[in-house]
Design a protein around this ligand. Structure first.
Ligand SMILES: [Mg+2]
Length: 615
């Protein structure tokens, strides 16, 4: 029986059986769309169905990337990943194979022999690698729009498409177009519903739902989270004086700056107007919010450059913490808002927590941070020096510079109380630079006046080991013609965990500066790891020296450190030596240098001068 011929499209004639297959393909695919199946899954199944209808064929769908400049493969369930990788990035042109040419020309391209067809002349290595014989491709477009991609069927043999195959290609490309268009609309609808159009940040609706989810997770993990609400101080003045356009640009600047100060653990949203919110997730206790608070407040220290103006703004922050300050998204937001009003009332440019105790703690740290900046300007920091003596000759060989803070109201503040806060807030960079300059200048002055050379040791925090500081240190040393062979830098074991810092440390070594491992034995490094560091000295931590004469364990540890350290060619210094017995044990074990109250406390420079006869 001759199949009955019907016409689906005026150009092609197909049999009834073929027409039914095409109609079924359309119906089944559109059913999946209606059922809300994921669009990628639908496109994959569209490809597979087309492949079943054309023997020995491989179907693929390519679409423009987000920038609209090249094509990427969106669906190709039977094509190996290695071939997909080659196809990704195809730029539409007259010689971009069947797909690139179809998109470029907005017309179907039926290439029957890829080896001889000029449309494939630039892709011959692809033809060779994957043995492509023929490739037919149809542009994907909605109505008369510009093509957004292509639907293609390739085969290993050379062949021309039948009327039915052409019809199949056109229908598949059309359906793919419907699916992609729908997907785009859904995406922009989502954007409108959940994102702030001005800044691109999450909006209030999105923030609320993410906060609720985070609370559920925090309950399950028994962890905490915090909500920050920020309100810009004085933004209304800018808006009133400069107009809304400028105001909007300032808001965009603020949004981008805030985002740059956050990590994956944070979600930033614009709640409306000049009000922003941050969700801070804490998978681990304890809660630490001070570093983030100081990072945010510091952002507003810089001027905001917008449309030939430079604006100064600050922000007030209200903080609530789950579970202490509220169990629901609504309560947490309300209490953070209450705290925000408190922050506004108490002079703005500060953070207030809903929880009183926390507020107090934050305030104390914030006060200390503010005071530290003032102390640097007012010259309230001073340097003391603690000598290190050779255990054999009792000669003064080196001094360690140690910072002290002479607070005008609180008196002398020990470094342990302010160095960690300086490290958290980033102030360590400024303070560290001052210490470095001051200590080098002081020693240079002594040596220039005829005092014999000794080593100057300066402590560096891992936070200071960055390229910017290294350059500044080098400039300072060159600027004062400092004899670098007399300089030692003390670093702690935490460095071993930071590859980048290690890289910076090697720059110091390359300048001819010696490196000491400070407080050795308290961190996580092993003696074996020391081999990879550019060290010349090892300082045994005071905690092993304290009970040295009574504690057998400490004796063994100290003996081992000295023996191993010496076998690596390092000089060994014992810190915190307070008694003659300790000294005698250390000398017996071959410790090279002694530092501690037994021989000298850290002393101001003028007192140190009295010891210069021991040089
Ligand atoms: Mg030290």
């Amino acid at each position: 029986m001759t199949p009955h011929v019907i016409s689906l499209s005026p150009e092609y004639s197909v049999t009834t059986e073929q027409a039914e297959k095409l109609l079924r393909l359309q119906r089944e695919t559109l059913e999946q769309v209606a059922l809300g199946v994921d669009y990628r899954e639908i496109l994959d199944s569209l490809c597979k169905t087309a492949e079943q209808m054309v023997s020995d064929s491989l179907a693929s769908i390519m679409v423009y990337d987000d920038t609209g400049s090249f094509l990427t493969v969106l669906a190709a369930p039977s094509i190996p990943p290695v071939a997909i990788e080659v196809l990704n990035g195809l730029v539409p042109s007259e010689h971009a194979g069947s797909c690139g040419t179809a998109v470029h020309s907005n017309q179907p391209q039926y290439v029957t022999d890829t080896r001889t067809d000029r449309r494939w002349c630039d892709l011959q290595s692809f033809v060779d690698s994957f043995s492509i014989g023929a490739c037919w491709s149809c542009p994907i477009k909605i109505k008369k729009d510009k093509a957004m991609g292509s639907f293609a069927l390739s085969s290993f043999e050379k062949r021309a498409p039948s009327a039915f195959y052409k019809q199949l290609l056109e229908i598949s490309a059309h359906i793919a177009g419907i699916i992609l268009k729908r997907q785009q609309e859904e995406q922009s609808f989502q954007k409108l519903a959940y994102y702030d159009a001005l800044t691109g940040l999450a909006n209030r609706t999105s923030f609320n739902s993410q906060l609720s989810l985070a609370i559920e997770r925090a309950v399950a993990q028994n962890s905490q989270l915090a909500v920050f609400i920020l309100d810009l101080d004085g933004f209304k003045d800018i808006n009133d004086a400069q107009g809304r356009n400028i105001g909007d640009m300032v808001l965009k600047w603020v949004a981008a700056k805030l985002q740059s100060a956050l990590t994956e653990a944070h979600i930033l949203a614009r709640l409306g107007g000049d009000e922003f919110a941050i969700l801070v997730k804490y998978p681990d206790k304890p809660l630490t919010i001070e570093p983030l608070v100081s990072r945010i407040l510091a952002l507003f220290k810089q001027k905001i450059p917008v449309a030939q103006h430079e604006f100064s703004l600050s922000t007030s922050i209200g903080i609530s913490v789950f579970p202490d300050d509220g169990q629901s998204a609504q309560n947490l937001l309300r209490n953070a808002d209450t705290a925000l009003h408190e922050a506004k009332k108490s002079g703005r440019n500060c953070a207030k927590s809903y929880n009183e105790k926390l507020t107090h703690l934050v305030r104390r740290k914030m006060d200390l941070m503010t005071d530290m900046r003032a102390a640097l300007i007012n010259a309230d920091f001073i340097l003391y020096y603690q000598p290190q003596f050779c255990q054999k000759t009792n000669k003064l060989l080196a001094i360690e510079a140690l910072v002290r803070w002479q607070h005008p109201e609180k008196g002398l503040i020990p470094p342990n109380d302010f160095i960690p806060i300086a490290e958290q807030s980033g102030f360590i960079n400024e303070l560290g630079l001052w210490i470095f300059t001051e200590a080098c200048q002081q020693c240079k002055k002594w040596w220039d006046s005829g005092v014999p050379y000794f080593s100057l040791a300066i402590n560096l925090s891992v936070k200071q080991l960055n390229a910017e500081n290294m350059q500044k240190f080098e400039d300072i040393l060159i600027g004062m013609n400092f004899p670098v062979q007399n300089l030692e830098i003390e670093v702690t074991e935490s460095l071993v965990m930071h590859q980048e810092s290690l890289h910076e440390l090697k720059k110091l070594e390359a300048m001819g500066i010696r490196i000491s491992m400070d407080d050795f034995g308290t961190g996580h490094s092993s003696l074996a790891q020391l081999k990879n560091l550019p060290l010349s000295k090892l300082k045994i931590d005071r905690s092993f020296i304290k009970d040295l004469t009574n504690n057998e364990n400490d004796k063994v540890i100290v003996k081992t450190i000295i023996a191993m350290g010496r076998s690596f060619g390092l000089k060994i210094v014992a810190e915190g030596v307070e008694t003659v017995e300790q000294q005698e044990f250390l000398v017996e074990q071959g410790c090279d240098l002694i530092q501690g109250y037994l021989l000298s406390r850290p002393i101001p420079p003028e007192e140190l001068e009295n010891l210069f006869d021991q040089l």
